[in-house]
Write a protein that binds this ligand. Structure first.
Ligand code: ZN
Length: 304
């Protein structure tokens, strides 16, 4: 099996995860979770979103969270910004990196931000200027890459076009999102081979949701064609607010699989499992992760 030696994980629980929990999680508890995640050694944490408080009341305390978390040297703290106002807020909060987002599908982009994908690209130029003046790196996140719930399959040429535009804006890496968990491993292998060939110098991260239980299989397929950066969420927190819908690929299940495969992450798995328990406690949800329930494979001899 052709696998990278090391994988870089960006932890999404505090942003993509918490934003889907209907109840407001107290600021203190968000900080507690992010600090505990930092302590696992994870290299990237998406810590906040600077989308307007009206649109996303669950994360309305983003400034306070960013001001009070303990920044671990070796961890970078990213935030999501939708527009110039968000970009100025992110700069004031001292984000290490900001992310801009759009959907490859026009229909999904319309539903999300009320404009076409092309118009989003034009509008994001302002954010890029602000970030460039401040010397802050920006990543570009493109959703619905492996399928759109309104339009169905995304043609690979369309995905390549979006990537090209995002790179032309000045993003230093792209995050390709399977927004509603539509990818399958063969599709991942084919699309990623095509994109890696076309953009050999571009760092590509993949962001899978696990709606249909194919998240880890998709990551395994992507690793075999040279992808080594993935987003995941502690406890599998996140996803659609639809009852029963699954969230992001679960971080501790992913790290457990990678370590079993001999792939390094730099993450302390025991501490991450403790974070998953904390995430369940502070969201009051029963989270979908497996390892938090079954224990690590290496512990089975002494369990039960
Ligand atoms: Zn997501």
């Amino acid at each position: 099996m052709n696998l990278p030696e090391r994988v870089i994980i960006c932890e999404q629980g505090a942003r993509d995860g918490i934003q889907t929990v209907p109840a407001f999680i107290p600021t203190e508890r968000k900080i507690e979770l992010i600090d505990a995640l930092s302590d696992t050694g994870v290299p990237l944490i998406e810590a906040a979103s600077f989308v307007s408080a009206r649109a996303l009341p669950q994360l309305r305390d983003a400034e306070e969270v960013m001001a009070r978390i303990k920044r671990r040297p070796g961890t970078r703290y990213t935030v999501i910004v939708p527009n110039a106002t968000g970009a100025y807020r992110a700069l004031a909060a001292g984000a290490d990196e900001m992310g801009v987002f759009l959907s490859a599908s026009d229909t999904h982009n319309q539903h999300n931000v009320n404009m076409s994908t092309r118009d989003s690209i034009t509008a994001l130029a302002e954010v890029m200027d602000i970030a460039k003046d401040a010397g802050i790196p920006v990543y570009g996140a493109a959703g619905t890459i492996f399928g759109c719930p309104y339009e169905g399959d995304m043609p690979p040429e369309r995905v390549a076009w979006v990537m090209e535009e995002v790179l032309n804006l000045g993003c230093y890496r792209v995050v390709l999102g399977d927004t509603t968990g539509m990818a399958n491993p063969r599709q991942v292998e084919q699309l990623m081979s095509y994109l890696v060939d076309r953009f050999p110098e571009t760092p590509i991260s993949l962001h899978f949701h696990d709606n249909r239980g194919m998240g880890l299989a998709n990551i395994l397929a992507a690793m075999q064609v040279g992808i080594s950066r993935f987003d995941s969420s502690v406890g599998g927190l996140g996803g659609s607010p639809t009852p029963g819908a699954m969230g992001n690929v679960c971080s501790e299940d992913l790290v457990h699989m990678l370590h079993e495969l001999g792939v390094e992450t730099g993450i302390d798995l025991d501490k991450l499992i403790a974070c998953a328990r904390l995430a369940g406690e502070l969201t009051g949800k029963s989270l979908p992760g497996h390892v938090v329930k079954a224990g690590k494979r290496s512990e089975l001899a002494c369990a039960n």
